[in-house]
Ligand binder design. Structure first.
Ligand SMILES: *Cc1c(COP(=O)(O)O)cnc(C)c1O
Length: 355
């Protein structure tokens, strides 16, 4: 949203940095936050003065609508530092557009573009010491919007808070995961909010994911809610299948999140001359490919882990192992993408944005 908001960003710095207390060699994902956060309130039909303040708790009325009706949307993005100490974002305009698309679906006001980027850039400069150089190190950035209006009346709020908080992250390799293909539960439905990064989409996944964990699977691959015959995506990742040397992934829809990692991998693969098929992927064809040996890889794609290889999947009580590949597509595309993110390779797509 281009607009002419012009309130000046206010900055209140933390008295002391917490950075000395942080063990950057042993970071648990998403547990530690930087010294500052960005906050902007919406009231009286407009976004108020944006501020950067010391990171800390919020005080809210217990009747704030976010607690009752789940009006909450978020984004996940990262900042990367190269060996010269320069900081980069990766396609941040995509995150900005997507949080407003999510907000619109949840009847929340759009956030102004200039507030977003001025706030984000200022925050990253202020907390720059928290972004460690080194391939795989990053600062995970979490913008989010919540309905703060005090009232349990079941309609959209007219007061909101937009925030950005940041958490240092290490390159993590969680090991190859096993996934269970959903047969009963769904994460989204036609006409629903699956395409939005809406908080409730995630809450609804924890229970079926726990059931999958009891069977020895770490994650669920969701299928279409009507027939459960088509592969859709994982909890916070889009999913790719490699059959022989063709890469397959489902088209995005109102049920599937339009992942930035997903579309970047598709663009890189197509540019490098790989065959990419974006079309509905039948569970039965993947099972068939697993049986006849043409299924070479499955991997998830998302900002947090970049690319996450799948070593096995379960479906209708059967377990299918995927043989480990030398020179996997997963590691090739992960490197190609990270080289762009970390300013190690040419960025012919113009995705890298210097802070
Ligand atoms: C965030 C997310 C993704 C990945 O999106 P990226 O933009 O690549 O980080 C995929 N699926 C769901 C459900 C998500 O929430």
């Amino acid at each position: 949203m281009k607009n002419t908001v012009s309130k000046e960003l206010k900055i209140k710095k933390a008295n002391e940095s917490k950075i000395g207390q942080v063990d950057f060699e042993n970071l648990d994902f998403g547990k530690v936050f930087t010294d500052h956060m960005f906050v902007c309130d919406y009231a009286n039909g407009e976004w108020q003065t944006p501020e950067i303040v010391p990171y800390g708790p919020l005080t809210m009325d217990p009747s704030a609508r976010v607690f009752h009706y789940g009006q909450a949307v978020f984004e996940g993005m990262k900042a990367y530092k190269d060996d010269n100490g320069d900081t980069f974002l990766f396609r941040p305009d995509e995150n900005f557009n997507r949080i407003n698309k999510s907000a619109e679906r949840l009847a929340m006001p759009k956030f102004p573009e200039d507030y977003f980027f001025e706030g984000l850039n200022t925050l990253l400069k202020l907390d720059s010491a928290w972004i460690k150089p080194g391939f795989g190190n990053s600062l995970y950035i979490r913008p989010f919007v919540i309905a703060t209006q005090a009232s349990v009346s079941a309609s959209e709020a007219d007061e909101y808070k937009f925030l950005i908080i940041c958490s240092p992250a290490q390159s993590y390799y969680s090991g190859d995961v096993s996934v269970l293909v959903a047969e009963k539960y769904s994460r989204s439905a036609d006409g629903g909010i699956g395409f939005a990064k809406a908080a409730g989409n995630y809450a609804g996944q924890f229970y079926p994911t726990n059931l999958a964990k009891k069977e020895g699977y770490q994650q669920v691959v969701w299928t279409d809610s009507n027939t459960h015959e088509y592969m859709e995506e994982a909890g916070t990742m889009n999913v790719f299948f490699r059959i022989n040397d063709t890469l397959l992934t489902a088209p995005v829809s109102d049920r599937i999140l339009d992942g930035i990692t997903r579309k970047s991998l598709i663009a890189i693969a197509e540019k490098e001359g790989y065959k990419v098929d974006v079309r509905p992927v039948k569970v039965s064809e993947i099972v068939e490919a697993a049986k006849n040996g043409s299924l070479k890889e499955i991997f998830g794609a998302g900002t947090a882990a970049v690319v996450s290889p799948v070593k096995a999947f379960g479906y209708k009580g059967e377990h299918y192992e995927i043989e480990k590949q030398e020179n996997s597509f997963a590691s090739h595309f992960k490197n190609a993408l990270m080289n762009i993110q970390y300013n190690k390779s040419e960025d012919s797509f113009g995705w890298r944005v210097k802070v």
